[in-house]
Design a protein around this ligand. Structure first.
Ligand SMILES: [Zn+2]
Length: 145
């Protein structure tokens, strides 16, 4: 798996879009939530998928978590130590007003666009994890926490 050509990197605090064509998502929205001044990386295909969904739902999509450095990931409750967030290929998102049924619809759409990892969180109105893991590792999970 060689995803390097799709990775965009920047320095914490840089302004602008990750992809010029994806104007609803700023670099800052995907930055690691730790306070360290390290490099940030995100796969451009992740943002392109989100921009596509943004066009369909016509609502702002909140990025709860984008890139995570390993140290920060280790502090996230219930996070997999090999979380796809560490590789810049995952996002946890909230679409206002969406329930599990609607997130499943989003999953079906993204499955056809190179996304193979999904998690539906079933608490507090729910949110969704999406990632670009290879098809051979295809995953759908639910979380009650
Ligand atoms: Zn960090």
């Amino acid at each position: 798996m060689n995803n390097d050509k799709f990775l965009v990197s920047w320095k914490k605090g840089d302004e602008g879009f990750i992809d010029q064509h994806c104007i609803h998502f700023q670099k800052s929205e995907f930055e690691c939530k730790c306070n360290k001044d390290h490099e940030q990386i995100i796969d451009i295909r992740l943002v392109q998928g989100l921009e596509y969904i943004r066009g369909l739902v016509k609502k702002p999509i909140k990025i709860n978590s984008g890139y995570r450095c390993g140290a920060h990931n280790a502090t996230v409750k219930n996070a997999d130590p090999k979380s796809k967030h560490i590789y810049g290929i995952a996002a946890d998102i909230v679409i206002p007003g969406f329930d599990v049924r609607r997130y499943l619809k989003i999953m079906a759409i993204l499955k056809g666009k190179g996304f193979n990892g999904f998690g539906i969180f079933l608490y507090e109105g729910s949110r969704m994890h999406i990632d670009l893991r290879p098809e051979s590792e295809c995953y759908l999970g639910t979380a009650l926490w």
